[in-house]
Design a protein around this ligand. Sequence first.
Ligand SMILES: [Zn+2]
Length: 52
Amino acid sequence: MLNQLSATCENKNCNRDLCEQDCMLVYQTEAGERRAYECRCGTVTVTVHRQK
Ligand SMILES: [Zn+2]
């Protein structure tokens, strides 16, 4: 559904939309691409993008 890679801060008190500039780390695993975002509040959120 989503064309854009998007993520939201895991901190429920923050819930900020994370953007490309917050992405600190990208790496590949067997499950797909993982991205670690560091929010301004200091919370790190990791997302997984499955690949076909
Ligand atoms: Zn945050």
